[in-house]
Write a protein that binds this ligand. Structure first.
Ligand code: TEU
Ligand code: CA
Length: 545
């Protein structure tokens, strides 16, 4: 059984990581070229987002051929080289399997469209007339989730872009095809897999309108999802590999099932509730300052309940779909370094496997683009229009996109102070933000008090102290601005405290009998008379052993 409790995963968005041939597009050789950097950081696995043949309408999450590499990322030889060079450094590779849908450019879909019954049954096609979609479900990227095909007199379901057609998992032939894809990549020696929106694969038999929401309650954690996952894992023999499922709008109960080893489904799960605490009325496209109490409550519930019931979380603040953490929850200017380290620390001391998204370890920020033409993401471009149709001015719409766009995390990795921050010698596919040259890997690697060095230390500590990987967790009552939890293993205790605000804040807790293990300020935490006084964004961990 693979132990992933003391491991750390680093997520690579290859098109924005490092470009080796000057076409402005990051590539697989670019990852190989930076393996020593990743080794220095200390991560164990790389989750690489999709680099398979794709029209790139959703940056590779629209796959047209699961077994071939999109030439703009390189060749199979490049992949094999990356894989073997990573292995030499003790780093494993996890591939991203997008199995809820395929691109409409996939052979299966093309055959379906041409009227081939076998392949029509690969997708969620429903008979009907053009004036009446089967349900009122809303696509995650905006608009109705059904598209009409005149030549077939049928609608097909697309929970994401219109070019991402949902597969019909009820069809055993589809499940067998997907298993073969896993076997193909497993045979190439990869260490594990990340499964894209895997909790959306099982759709209900009866299709009904949703008069209360966008339809997600009908297909999220759907009727046969656990059965399908168990079958996929058993038939491909991946139970002992590291696997993580992306669970959209899920529940704790389902996530316990997805990740409890006795269920033989997945090693761990991503859930997103803690990344919706700044969505006004749950709407991603309405801004509000984040709700600290809600954030703390979500962490408490997920951490404690998953722990008690044998589930396992992937813990993370960001990925290629989210804004940058410091821009979102911290302070970009005055407390850039402090807040960068604070948020890192909060996650890395939790129970779960930490994921670092490229650039996070050097404190990269949101794009701060000033014009919609600088954006590339299909979701951002769709919503820029939708928001204006709903009555927002273009400036208001842009202000929302600036906060919420997935491109915030998709700008090129900032390597050094050369042109395009050292990402490419050509023209990058998306602009390098202006602030970029101040925040680079080069300037932080040898700086002992940099954000990079802090991440390095966090990774090292997880391997050094079993209490971090294996200890129980419980959250403490604390003032709104303070997050605090304890880890316990036998009679050993770690006390983790963080000040989420820019004000000095008191917290009633005595550090008597404890030593500071790590913190984001040079000097010791101010403490007296059973109180600690935490400085702006101060983070500290104390140990009693
Ligand atoms: O994302 C799933 C998903 O639902 C989101 O995070 C989505 O971007 C957000 O809800 C939109 O507001 C996964 C991938 O991570 C994402 O990049 C893909 O676009 C999506 O699936 C479709 O494959
Ligand atoms: Ca390239």
């Amino acid at each position: 059984m693979l132990d992933f409790k003391d491991k750390v995963v680093y997520q690579i968005y290859p098109r924005s990581f490092y470009d080796t041939n000057g076409d402005g597009f990051g590539d697989l050789s670019g990852i190989t070229a930076k393996l020593d950097y990743l080794k220095e950081l200390g991560v164990d696995f790389l989750w690489i987002t999709p680099f398979f043949i794709s029209p790139q309408r959703d940056n590779g999450y629209d796959i047209a051929d699961y077994r071939q590499i999109d030439p703009r990322f390189g060749t199979m030889e490049d992949f094999e080289e990356l894989s073997s060079e990573a292995k030499k450094r003790g780093i494993g590779i996890m591939l991203d399997m997008v199995f809820n849908h395929t691109s409409t450019e996939h052979q299966w879909f093309k055959k379906a469209i041409s009227g081939d019954e076998k392949y029509i049954n690969y997708y969620k096609f429903v008979d009907g007339t053009r004036d009446c979609p089967p349900t009122n479900w809303v696509s995650k990227f905006g608009g109705n989730a059904w598209e009409y095909v005149d030549s077939l007199n049928k609608w097909y379901l697309h929970l994401f872009d219109v070019t991402q057609a949902d597969l019909n998992w009820d069809n055993p032939e589809v499940r067998d095809e997907l298993k073969d894809i896993i076997r193909f990549w497993k045979a190439k020696g990869v260490s594990g897999f990340r499964f894209d929106v895997i909790n959306l694969i099982s759709k209900p038999e009866n299709l009904e309108n949703d008069y209360e929401g966008d339809g997600r309650r009908f297909y999220t954690d759907g009727p046969r999802v656990h059965e399908f996952l168990k079958e996929l894992v058993a038939d491909t023999g991946i139970a002992d590999m590291i696997t993580v499922g992306e669970m959209s709008s899920t529940t704790i109960d389902n996530c316990i099932k997805y990740s409890n080893p006795s269920e033989k489904e997945l090693s761990m799960v991503f859930s997103f509730h803690h990344l919706k605490v700044d969505y006004k009325n749950g709407n991603k496209w309405e801004l509000m300052p984040y709700d600290k109490s809600a954030l703390k409550k979500l962490f408490k519930d997920w951490q404690e309940q998953m722990s008690k019931n044998g589930g396992w979380n992937a813990v993370f603040w960001t990925n290629h779909d989210q804004p940058r953490t410091i821009s979102r929850f911290g302070n970009e200017e005055k407390y850039w370094k402090e807040s960068g380290k604070l948020f890192a620390g909060i996650i890395h001391f939790m129970r779960g496997t930490p994921y670092i998204y490229q650039g996070e370890e050097i404190g990269m920020l949101n794009t701060h683009f000033t014009d919609i033409s600088q954006y590339r993401d299909v979701e951002s471009l769709n919503y820029f229009k939708i928001l204006q149709e709903e009555g927002k001015s273009s400036d208001e719409a842009l202000a929302i996109i600036n906060e919420r766009s997935r491109d915030n995390c998709r700008t090129p990795m900032q390597w050094d102070s050369s042109a395009n921050d050292g990402f490419t010698t050509g023209t990058p596919w998306i602009e390098v933000p202006e602030y970029g040259k101040h925040i680079t890997a080069e300037s932080q690697i040898n700086d002992e008090i940099s954000i990079f060095s802090f991440y390095k230390k966090l990774i090292y500590l997880r391997k050094e102290y079993k209490i971090i990987s294996d200890g129980e967790i419980s959250f403490d009552e604390s003032p709104e601005e303070i997050i605090s939890y304890e880890r316990k293993l036998g009679d050993k205790v770690l006390k983790v405290v963080g000040n989420l605000s820019e004000n000095e804040t008191d917290y009633s807790w005595s550090d008597e009998g404890y030593d500071r293990l790590i913190g984001n300020y040079d000097s010791a935490v101010n403490s007296s008379n059973g109180q600690v006084k935490l400085r702006p964004y101060e983070f500290a961990v104390f140990k009693n052993f």
